[in-house]
Design a protein around this ligand. Structure first.
Ligand SMILES: [Zn+2]
Ligand SMILES: [Zn+2]
Length: 390
């Protein structure tokens, strides 16, 4: 039975492969940036609507978000997520065109069998992953309140189901000193640039204590007005990332202490502002093992992540703290190619990209079938998340 459903899904997605590739290339050729993905939203919802999905747009107060639902309003509800925003100036250099087409593909595959399964399938369009935190806004608006599991795929340079992501707050530091003539009366000034440079060096001094995935990176935004004036005001932005929210909070405290020490030494006033950023992903192991088995059925070899894995941050991290979730990666490029590059953009429109998108669509749909047929696995997945959050 389960096998037959999966066979049906694979053949339906193969049958629709041209349509899905067309969606992917259209998105690629007309990249839209965060919160302005109007054409993408239309294109994706049209396709799902024609397969029998009930469409709601503008959900959670976001113009370019959508929810396409299939099946009656019963539990369990499984959400498959689409991202479709591009990068400013770089287009689809993160491959979100493939993510969106895979989500639609999974939706079409599931529509061909869902009436027999019960529960509800939702394809949720989540705007503005690149910096806008669309999923966080949707979580806050209650869109995921009744969702039992959420899944998406992301293109990468390896097939990985359990790679984590880094928690990523941003810290803005401002130093307030006192201007004075740098030659005639330096003793009357309070040098806000010195406070900032001391801060920068203090951070360097504690760097040897950092763990392998602790990241503190900063730039000076304001360094002063003119060389002959003691700077009265300076500011800097720091990006602080770590493997867990706990570790990140420790780093944030340390960086603030470095800034306080710098300000104190010079006699400046310090003001700081913390923007939360994305949480780290908690990849759900129950969902991941089902997804992995399905990818292997499709002939893909899944590798284990190692600690030196390149990692970024994603708003899927925040969602994974709310519902059991996975954010697996499927290779579209060789290992040396990083995301957000012109090279990865080329792979997002390549044959390898096409085949990853189709395999992702199938594996997402097949994993949804696993979960709908065996709701016990969902209770296990929820227990796992609860224990991770303790
Ligand atoms: Zn990205
Ligand atoms: Zn991305």
């Amino acid at each position: 039975m389960l096998k037959d459903y999966k066979k049906q899904i694979i053949s339906e997605i193969d049958h629709k492969s041209e349509i899905l590739w067309e969606i992917s290339t259209t998105l690629f050729n007309e990249p839209e940036i965060a919160f302005r993905e109007y054409k993408a939203c239309d294109l994706l919802t049209e396709s799902l609507k024609s397969a029998g999905y009930f469409i709601e747009t503008g959900i959670g107060g976001l113009d370019t978000a959508f929810r396409a639902s299939y099946g009656d309003d019963s539990r369990p509800k499984i959400a498959i997520l689409a991202e479709y925003d591009a990068l400013v100036g770089l287009g689809h250099a993160c491959g979100h065109n493939l993510i969106a087409a895979a989500a639609v593909g999974a939706g079409l595959g599931l529509a061909s069998i869902n009436p027999k399964l019960g529960g509800q399938v939702q394809v949720i369009g989540t705007p503005a992953e690149e910096g806008g935190g669309g999923k966080i806004l949707l979580v806050n608006a209650g869109i995921f309140n009744n969702v039992d599991a959420a899944m998406m795929f992301h293109p990468a340079s390896k097939n990985l189901v359990l790679r984590r992501s880094l928690a990523s707050p941003k810290l803005k530091l401002e130093f307030f000193g006192k201007a004075s003539h740098a030659a005639a009366a330096p003793e009357e000034g309070i040098n806000a640039l010195d406070a900032l440079i001391l801060t920068y060096n203090n951070i360097h001094a504690i760097r040897p204590t950092f763990g392998p995935k602790d990241r503190v990176a900063g730039i000076i935004i304001n360094g002063g007005e003119a060389a002959n004036i003691i700077p009265a005001y300076t500011s800097a932005d720091f990006s602080i990332r770590a493997l867990s929210a706990k570790r990140r909070d420790v780093l944030v405290k340390q960086v603030i202490a470095c800034a306080q020490a710098g300000a104190k030494a010079v006699g400046c006033r310090l003001k700081y502002h913390l923007t939360p950023g994305y949480k780290e992903i908690i990849p759900n192991r129950i969902l991941a093992s089902l997804f992995k088995a399905n990818l292997e059925l499709l002939g893909r070899v899944v590798v284990e992540p190692d600690l030196n894995e390149r990692m970024g941050s994603t708003d899927m991290g925040d969602l994974s703290h709310v519902v059991p979730a996975i954010h697996p990666y499927i290779a579209i490029a060789p290992e040396n190619i990083a995301g957000h590059t012109v090279e990865l953009r080329e792979y997002s429109i390549s044959n390898a990209g096409r085949s990853a998108m189709l395999d992702a669509a199938k594996a997402l749909a097949m994993t949804t079938v696993d979960l709908l047929i065996n709701p016990d696995s969902l209770s296990e997945a929820k227990k796992e998340l609860a224990s991770e959050l303790k």
